[in-house]
Design a protein around this ligand. Structure first.
Ligand code: NAP
Length: 318
């Protein structure tokens, strides 16, 4: 099943996915859908996950050691939590094929470059990437072929990166269904801090505050949770290891955005305290227009409940 039998020549003869959770398995599905690779192999930490990867047809072979997975691969994509990148890059570096392209899907790009680039040998091309698509699920069973459709994938190649390799990864992501944008790692990390990382921190925090309140007051916060709170619990169900690594590796941008967030929160707090309805209404109206902009840009649906009852949940946690 992991072999593509279509008539057209695949872009890559052998793709090695290092880590085969939500994102790795979705890349495998989407690449097969588009006939982009001749063969997909993977590496995963646990025997259960390796067994699952081959049983689901995500890979023809699943290795324990990432160094074995990359042998003979012309495309290698690191799909593990960001905190594992350095060790993996050091392990695979000596075994990469000349001319191969190495990429990753990490949610933080500065740290990905810092941890992977030093281990990339001469003649191998490194094109870091981040698909802005996901769900709160993890593991090889969570992936699906349409995850990237209509979503953005950000690439952050170095200024001296091989233009052909960058163009090939751009084409790869477009064929997986994404729109592609190229930017610097620093810019990516600043933008994602406010659009993804801080929102996750807020979700984790509000859910824990509610859970704590429930314990100390014996209240029924969870039982009567309205849609607003439920949406936070969905985001807060995201993988704890992945998100631990995001915050450890995008520290400065997250702290900068949290500072701004706290200032704005105090403005709202003051408006409530002083009964300043005009300010509250003005700030809420501005925020509401942002939601309309996201719908107009095709990045979400205007349906009530985010259209979740009608389609498999697609809107990302990332
Ligand atoms: P996931 O479903 O939890 O999968 C992670 C995979 O990495 C699993 O195969 C796991 O194996 C493996 N792994 C974990 N630690 C490892 C280590 N130290 N060495 C080797 N393999 C290891 O996570 P995911 O959601 O696919 O996320 C993967 C990457 O994509 C992360 O860098 C994340 O920042 C990025 N990303 C995530 C999303 C999202 O919304 N989830 C969106 C875009 C990008 P075991 O299960 O056997 O431990």
């Amino acid at each position: 099943m992991a072999r593509d039998n279509s008539e057209k020549k695949p872009m890559f003869k052998r793709m090695a996915l290092i880590g085969i959770g939500l994102i790795g398995s979705s890349i495998s599905h989407a690449a097969r859908r588009a006939g982009l690779v001749g063969e997909t192999v993977c590496s995963a930490l646990t025997p259960e996950e390796r067994e699952r990867a081959t049983a689901l047809g995500l890979a023809t072979k699943a290795y324990a050691d990432p160094a074995d997975a990359v042998k003979g691969a012309d495309l290698v994509i690191l799909c593990t939590p960001v905190g594992a990148f350095k060790d993996i890059a050091e392990a695979i570096g000596p075994h990469l094929e000349k001319g191969a392209i190495v990429s990753d899907v990490g949610s933080v790009k500065g740290a990905a470059v810092r941890d992977i680039a030093p281990s990339i040998p001469e003649g191998v091309h490194f094109v870091p990437g981040h698909p802005i698509a996901g769900t709160e699920q993890s593991g090889p069973d969570a992936g699906f072929a349409t995850l990237f459709d209509g979503r953005w994938c950000v690439l952050t190649p170095a200024p001296d990166a091989d233009p052909e390799a960058v163009a090939k990864i751009e084409e790869f992501w477009r064929k997986l269904g994404s729109n592609v944008e190229v930017m610097t790692p620093e810019h990516h990390d600043m933008v994602l801090a406010i659009t993804s990382h801080v929102p996750h921190l807020i979700a984790y925090n509000i859910v824990n505050t509610a859970a704590h309140l429930e314990r100390v007051t014996d209240s029924e916060v969870i039982k009567f949770s309205a849609a607003g709170f439920r949406d936070f619990t969905r985001i807060a169900a995201s993988d704890p290891v992945m998100w631990r690594d995001v915050f450890l590796n995008n520290k400065e941008a997250v702290l900068e955005m949290l500072g701004r967030f706290s200032e704005d929160l105090i403005q709202l707090q003051r408006a409530i305290r002083f009964g300043d309805g005009e300010t509250l209404q003005r700030l809420f109206a501005t925020a509401r227009s942002i939601r309309r902009g996201i719908i107009q840009a095709g990045q979400d649906t205007a349906q009530p409940d985010f259209g979740r009852s009608a389609v498999k949940v697609r809107e990302g946690t990332d």
